[in-house]
Write a protein that binds this ligand. Sequence first.
Ligand SMILES: Cc1ncc(COP(=O)(O)O)c(C=O)c1O
Length: 447
Amino acid sequence: MKSRKITRRQAIATASVGAVGALTNFSVPSFAFFKTEKLALLGGEKVRKSEWPQWPVWNESAENDMLKMLRSGRWWRGNGEAVSEFEIKYAELMGAKRCLATASGTTALLIALHVLGVDAGDEVLVSPYTFIATYNSIFINKALPVFVDTNPDTFLIDPDKIEEKITDRTSAILPVHIYGLPVDMDKVNAVAKKHNLKVVEDACQAWLGEYKGKKLGTLGDLGCFSFQNSKNLPTGEGGAVLGNNDEIMDRCYSFHNCGRHYGSVQRTSDYPTRGSNRRMQQVQAITLLSQMPRIEKDADIRLENAKYLDKRLNEIPGIKTYKLVEGNNRSAYHMYPFRYVAEEFGNVSREKFIEALRAEGIPCSSGYGQQNKDGLIEEALNSRGYKRLFSEKRLNQWREENVLPGNDQLAKEAVTFYQSLLLGTKSDMDDIANAITKIYENRKQLS
Ligand SMILES: Cc1ncc(COP(=O)(O)O)c(C=O)c1O
C-alpha cells in the first residue's frame, strides 16, 4: 500500500549494523535499525505518515434496498423481511441452528440470561476483563456478578478458577471471548455440567472466532453478539442471540417481542410470558446483509496480519503478545492486544508509551480498567433491592473476595490496536512493529 522512506541516518545505521552482522555471522535483530532516531513525540520524524484503513465501510449495494424499504413504510420486523433474512444467513454462517436478531448486544445478553432462568438473587460467574455491558446485564437481571480472575497471558477468564467461586445461588457462567480470543470452552462447559449451570457466551466481539474448529458463540447454551458501529460486522446498533435448542430460542423470540406467543411458547393468553421490546429494525438488518459478503475475507486478512505481527512483536523485549488457548482455535481480532512491561522499557509508563506510539502514527489504546471496582458496583450493592436479595454477610464476603490480581495486572499493562489496522498490508504491520522497536531503542529519551 505504501513504502516508508528511509532517512539518511537510518540508512547509515542499517549499513553499519549489517557490516557487523556479516563480520560476526549473527542475525541482526531488526530493531537495531532505529537505534539513533529521535522519537516523533519529541519532534522526530514519524515512522508512519499515511492513513490507516477506515471503518466502517459503506456498501453502496445496500442503497436500493434501503430506499425501497424506507419509501414502503415497512420499517419494523413485523412487516418486513430483512430481519428474518439476516437471521437465517447469520445462523448459517456461524453453524448454529437458530439466530434471533436483537436491538443490540446488551439486549441479546439480557434476553439470554432471562430465558436461561437467571433470576433475582442468583449469582453469575463472569469475566471481569470486558466491556461494562457484560456485567450490567447481570445487574439488570437483579443477579450478582461474581468475578473470576483473568489470566493475563490469555486476557480471558481463568477456567481453573471458576469452580471455587460457585455458591448455592450460582445459576450461570458468562465467559467473554474478549477481543475475539477464544475462551477454553471445554473447561467452562465441564464445570457447568458438573454443577448444573447454564452457559451464556459473550461473543459480542467474536464473530467468526473459533474454538476447536467451532464458531465462538455456538458452544454454550446461548451465544450473544453485537453489531454496534465499531464492530467487525457493523450496523450502528444491533445484536443477536445464537442457539441450537428450538424451545429455548422460541422463548428468546417471545421475550424479545413483548412476551407474545411464538412457536412452542403457547398462546395461553395474549401475553403468555414476561417480555420486552428488544427487536431489531429493518434498517439495521439491511445494513448487516450488505456487510456480510466481506466478513470472511476480512477475518482471514486480520488473521494473517496478526500472525505476522505476533512474530515481529515477540522479538521486542517488554512486549508480550496474547497467548491463544491450545488447539484448533482462532481469534476474531476485534482488537489486537499485547502487554507492555514498563520495567523492560526503562520504566517508561504505559501511558507515555501509548503517547509515543500514537505520535509515531500508530493509533492504539489501553485496554479495560479495574471495572470490578467501578462506581456502579457499590451503587448496585447498596441499593434497596440488592440489600433485600442478598444478606449483608454475603455482600461483605463478595467485597472481600473482589480481589483480582491477574485482572489488575492487565488493567495496568494492556495495549490494543483496533481491528481495522489489521486490514492493512504486511508493510503496515511492519510500520507498527518498527514504531514500537524505535520506541524501545530510544526509550531513554522518554525517561
Ligand atoms: C464484550 C461486549 N459485551 C457486550 C457488548 C454490548 O454490545 P452493544 O454495545 O451492542 O450493546 C459489547 C459492545 O461493545 C462488548 O464489547
